[in-house]
Design a protein around this ligand. Structure first.
Ligand SMILES: NC(=O)c1ccc[n+]([C@@H]2O[C@H](COP(=O)([O-])OP(=O)(O)OC[C@H]3O[C@@H](n4cnc5c(N)ncnc54)[C@H](O)[C@@H]3O)[C@@H](O)[C@H]2O)c1
Ligand SMILES: [Zn+2]
Ligand SMILES: [Zn+2]
Length: 342
């Protein structure tokens, strides 16, 4: 079968013929229909410092997908051939202390489909353990099903704290920040202010429900947005840029006693004005992955309830034209990019 393989410990990705995945007793074999390119795929494509320390080539990339079940292992009981499915990409052990207390998203033995420990879905077929399969309601379109993994990051982060009637600041209108704006709108936030340096992405944030967008590269400021809205601070902060300056701006604009959910991966040497955090009694919660499986139930309900993700999907390419997809991602002139595999 054809697959996009991270073949070498160097920048790039390679379309190759590889053997079909092995279908073990508890595995489900999926014929992949669509797969989306994630920011994490871009890290691995560029072979940056993070990839060099976390990933071991060769492996097939891709973890955001939708497809059809074509084969099941002898021990599989809850998934049927012909079903349309997606999957949680973190494969957890089920027996560590965190798994056993219902916190699989921080399993200490976790593997990640298409990132480390398990071949991924930029391929004609992918094998996934039954435990990770997500059944899809027919009302959820393929395009949305293919991006439930990052939508799950957005959902997990945005729903970390109560949102009804709250003023929310989102720093970073990237692939995840724009979807988070949609979640905040759906969940009843009052004002949603979104910052970025990229006008195209701020435009998407607007379509997803941002009240005001702030393009700091164009001289707009969070203070200006607050004046326009007549507010003195934010109740909830969702940091989704990973930029130290954005994080510090957020800390400086929160109400006393308010909450920040941190998804963006800040550099390890990020300096923080700790006095603001301490004396303003801020709570900062680190967020990783998706809660298993509450986040998935929440996503399903929002999609069935009419949350429209289509503004965040800007490009589709045939599988063979994957390079165009990575190029547009590298240039940042896009929302989600979907590869049409079958
Ligand atoms: N914790 C997790 O489990 C997890 C999972 C996925 C992604 N992430 C991280 O979350 C972040 C968002 O992911 P993404 O896929 O949306 O990435 P992305 O690159 O699409 O989005 C980041 C956005 O931040 C913007 N930005 C950069 N500097 C900024 C600044 N100073 N102020 C405001 N905006 C700024 C960029 O223009 C970009 O649009 C990244 O840091 C990513 O590595 C974390
Ligand atoms: Zn992803
Ligand atoms: Zn575990």
């Amino acid at each position: 079968m054809k697959a996009l393989v991270k073949r070498y410990a160097a920048p790039g990705i390679w379309l190759e013929d590889v053997p079909m995945p092995e279908v073990r007793v508890n595995d489900v074999l999926i014929k992949v229909k669509k797969a989306a390119i994630c920011g994490t795929d871009l890290h691995m494509y560029k072979w940056d410092e993070w990839s060099q320390t976390h990933c071991v080539p060769p492996y097939t990339m891709g973890h955001e997908f939708v497809g059809e079940v074509v084969e099941i292992g002898a021990g599989v009981t809850s998934v049927a051939i012909g079903e349309r499915v997606t999957a949680e990409g973190h494969i957890v052990c089920g027996h560590c202390r965190n798994c056993r207390r219902g916190m699989g998203h921080v399993c200490i033995n976790s593997k990640s489909v298409g990132i480390f420990g398990k071949d991924g879905a930029f391929a004609e077929y992918v094998a996934i353990p039954e435990s990770n399969i997500v059944h899809l309601r027919s009302e959820i379109p393929d395009d949305f099903a293919a991006i439930m993994d990052p939508f799950g990051n957005a959902t997990h982060t945005a729903l970390s704290f109560p949102l009804l009637g709250e003023d929310v600041l989102i720093t970073g209108a990237g692939l995840i920040g724009t979807m988070a704006a949609g979640v905040c709108r759906f969940a009843g936030a009052k004002h949603i202010v979104v910052t970025d340096l990229n006008p195209l992405r701020l435009e998407i944030a607007k379509k997803m429900g941002a009240t005001i967008t702030v393009n700091e590269a164009a001289g707009e400021t969070i203070d200006g947005a607050m004046r326009e809205l007549g507010i003195q601070g934010f109740d909830v902060g969702l940091e989704m840029s990973g930029a130290p300056s954005a994080f510090n701006e957020m800390v400086a604009h929160m109400y006393k006693g308010s909450n920040i959910a941190q998804l963006g991966i800040l550099p390890h040497n990020t300096q923080v004005n700790w006095s603001d955090v301490i004396f303003n009694a801020l709570t900062i919660k680190g967020v990783t992955g998706r809660r298993m499986w509450e986040t998935w139930y929440q996503m399903e309900q929002m999609l069935l309830g009419g949350l429209d993700l289509s503004p965040v999907i800007t490009h589709h390419f045939p599988f063979e034209e994957f390079q165009k997809g990575f190029d547009v991602m590298c240039a940042g002139q896009c929302g989600k990019v979907i590869l049409e595999i079958a």
